[in-house]
Write a protein that binds this ligand. Sequence first.
Ligand code: F6P
Length: 323
Amino acid sequence: MKRIGVFTSGGDAPGMNAAIRAVVRAGIFYKKEIIGIYRGYEGMIEGDFVPMEVRSVSNILQRGGTMLKSARSKEFLTKEGRTKAFEQLKKMKIDGLIGIGGDGSFAGMHHLYLEHKMPYVCIPGTIDNDIPGTDFTIGYDTATNTAVNAIDKIRDTALSHNRLFFIEVMGRDSGYIAINSGIAGGAVAIIIPEEETSIEELIEKLDASGSQNKTSSLVIVAEGGKSGSAMEIAKKVQERFSYFDTKVTILGHLQRGGTPTYFDRVLASKMGVAAIEGLEAGQTDVMVGIVHKEVIFNKFDEIMSQPKDIHKDDLRIAKILSI
Ligand code: F6P
């Protein structure tokens, strides 16, 4: 393999730049030519390519976002779109791909591999931490720290006014950001997609904490929770529970930006090097993962059929500590 294309796809995540840098530098270290592909699969279809040098990735390690930009491509979901993308890769003499993104991006590379035999390694980059086969995805640690910082600030104002805050965090269908920012931020309740929480249970919990002289309460709501959005839950609770004045904060895309933590930079650096070394060693149709500090390569079919469960102990700990 001589020429490797690198791209970021789907929702950006802090640490993606560190992963691009690692892929480019490790690729050059192993005497490969590295081609950057702008705007994910959109740019691949349009042939929006740029040759990358050692210095093309200077001063990006500490930056949020992605220097290669990202996109969610509808056209690539079609066979025709993927054929167009493959033709562009062939024209550019790219003979291997490293894509940094979430499960949708992984699925895209898998289809390109099945239909056109394009070798690839996926690097998991998403704030959601919802991909099995790795303890952590790039961006999750930074996003959770951002959520915790915001929760701490909201606690100050909540305490000053005896208020009940519902704070909605991202995560799509996963409760990872919610459960861990909830534990770290001292939430009284955490509502996640992986567990049913009824409004009755929530009110009971709030009643119990109110009767124990709590002067404010924070409830963390994962955006994908089955009981509704933070706004909907807050409305239902407010109708029946007048002990506190109720407010809602949606953290939204704030969680996607910002300087990546040391943890995400190191994770991205390790995964970037592993992806290059894996491709060189003949790994393909795989996602690199780090489990218990060890680099592993997960076959698409083996991991994408598994759910990534919230660690049961996290739930238990959150409940013990929120009394
Ligand atoms: O997958 C990352 C993520 O930030 C999710 O947590 C969220 O549901 C989604 O992307 C938002 O997507 P968009 O930026 O396209 O609105």
